[in-house]
Design a protein around this ligand. Structure first.
Ligand code: UDX
Length: 441
């Protein structure tokens, strides 16, 4: 199949590379000249394990190409994917400007019967609108169909998920169009679920909202555990053994971030609101997450008399490990608050520093190693559970005069911190105190 993909962001690029890997002829289209030039050379704009290798391989084997020219890309294609961004409007709804522009571009250049597949996360009912745009703006009298094919890839394991995902959802009006998209995806070997368009659109939002709900739920349970001296790790394990609950997404921490959960939960509240439905549960999920992102600051504030002049090491900046993505990362709010309260912040992240420099307060300093960040600091905060951080020798915390750690991701076993004489505050577990420590000021 000849496939054109509009948008080489996270979703578009991973989709394009994966589809070329299973044998399709893929052209990725983007309006950004510089980006397209780098992509042609096999340089990936994002840090995603396995992506660069697969990209270079398929460029070399001539199944994957990049262009800024919509006409070239679309004219030859059997199927066109829309994978442009749908950022958040100020009121939380999805901004559909780029989707509309992409649909207009496609309409200008289609000269044969065509299926347009939407990968972008778009509110329920948007595919109908895209079809109207395509029909209104098309130049030739050809048949156009729209198919919803939402993505469920996790950053950091997107290539793995493309080949080993739990399901591929295809929402189509005609069985014929659904079958074409099913055939395109069959080589992935992932179970395929075919349904109607609106349900497919809703599956994406409902799935992300449900996962976000699990996280906010376990975070609230962890807060209660702390007050009652229970241990959230044991509680989550015991809950997860029930197959109806499942062990995944029960990791308590400083809340969810990233490009999907924060945006999609707010968008679903808006989508429900538009049809006069008050999605109270999801509003609670969003509020809990906003509070949870502050939880380490609250712990620090109740520990120190004042943060003024304190040097705080921040370990981990990305919204989760194995990505350099800083979108909605808890580190943004945490470092902002530390600076506001007069602390000196020295941060370390194995890959996200370049992106972090673009979004964090310019007063945040950066260290090139964990040791450098810890040296001379009054306390360390762990915000991302990078492997390098999780597996570090706890003795390294003695780079601080008096090792004091506030761990927002429960990276360490409290017992081992105790054995290493490190004062340790984590999420939903009893704190580990060190008797010899001097009283903080
Ligand atoms: C998510 C969905 O998983 C994916 O299906 C969808 O297509 C895009 O959004 P992603 O944003 O890459 O993927 O990250 P994910 O691994 O789901 O984690 C999201 C956030 O939740 C991270 O900040 C992570 O730290 C947090 N999280 C996740 C928890 O706090 N606890 C958990 O148990 C799981």
């Amino acid at each position: 199949m000849k496939i054109a993909i509009i948008g080489t962001g996270y979703v578009g690029l991973v989709t394009g590379v994966s589809l070329s890997e299973i044998g399709h002829q893929v052209t990725c289209i983007d309006i950004d000249d510089g980006k397209v030039e780098r992509l042609k050379k096999g340089i990936s704009p994002i840090h995603e394990p396995g992506l660069s290798e697969l990209m270079s391989k398929n460029i070399e084997e001539q199944r994957l190409s990049f262009t800024t020219n919509h006409q070239d890309g679309i004219r030859e294609a059997d199927v066109v994917y829309i994978a442009v961004g749908t950022p958040e409007n100020e009121d939380g709804s999805a901004d559909l400007y780029y989707v509309e522009e992409a649909a207009k571009e496609i309409a200008k250049y289609i000269s044969k019967d065509m299926i347009v597949v939407t990968k972008s996360t778009i509110p329920v009912g948007t595919n109908d609108k895209i079809l109207q745009i395509l029909q209104k703006h098309r130049i030739y009298d050809v048949k156009v169909e729209v198919v919803s094919n939402p993505e469920f890839l996790r950053e950091g394991s997107a290539i793995h998920d493309s080949f080993y995902g739990d399901r591929i959802v295809i929402g189509a009006e005609s069985e014929e169009a659904a079958t074409v998209i099913e055939e395109i995806n069959r080589p992935f070997g992932v179970p395929i679920f075919k349904t109607d368009i609106k349900s497919a659109e809703m599956i994406k939002y409902a799935s992300n909202a449900f996962l976000a709900t699990k996280i906010s739920f376990i975070n609230e349970i962890s807060n209660i555990c702390e007050l009652l001296d229970a241990n959230i790790e044991n509680v989550a394990k015991g809950m997860g053994l029930d197959k109806r609950i499942g062990e995944q997404f029960l990791k308590a921490g400083i809340g969810y971030g990233g490009s999907c959960f924060p945006k999609d939960t707010k968008a679903l509240i808006q989508i429900a609101g538009n049809v006069k439905y008050d999605f109270e549960l999801l509003k609670g999920v969003v509020n809990v997450n906003q509070k949870q992102q502050r939880i380490l600051i609250d712990k620090l504030n109740s520990y120190f008399f004042s943060l003024k002049g304190k040097r705080i090491a921040v370990l981990g900046l990305a919204f989760k490990p194995d990505t350099d993505d800083m979108r909605e990362a808890a580190s943004i709010k945490v470092t902002e608050e530390l600076i506001k309260q007069g602390a000196e912040v020295i941060a370390y992240d194995p890959v996200a520093v370049k992106n972090a420099k673009g979004v964090l307060d310019p007063r945040v300093q950066f260290a090139s190693s964990i040791e450098e960040a810890l040296g001379g600091s009054d306390a360390a905060m762990i915000l991302t559970e990078w492997k390098e951080i999780k597996t570090m020798d706890p003795q390294l915390f003695h780079c601080m005069d008096q090792p004091l750690v506030f761990d927002g991701r429960n990276c360490f076993d409290p017992e081992s911190m105790k054995n290493n004489q490190v004062e340790y505050h984590s999420i939903g577990r009893p704190a580990v105190a060190v008797p010899s420590r001097t009283v903080p000021l």
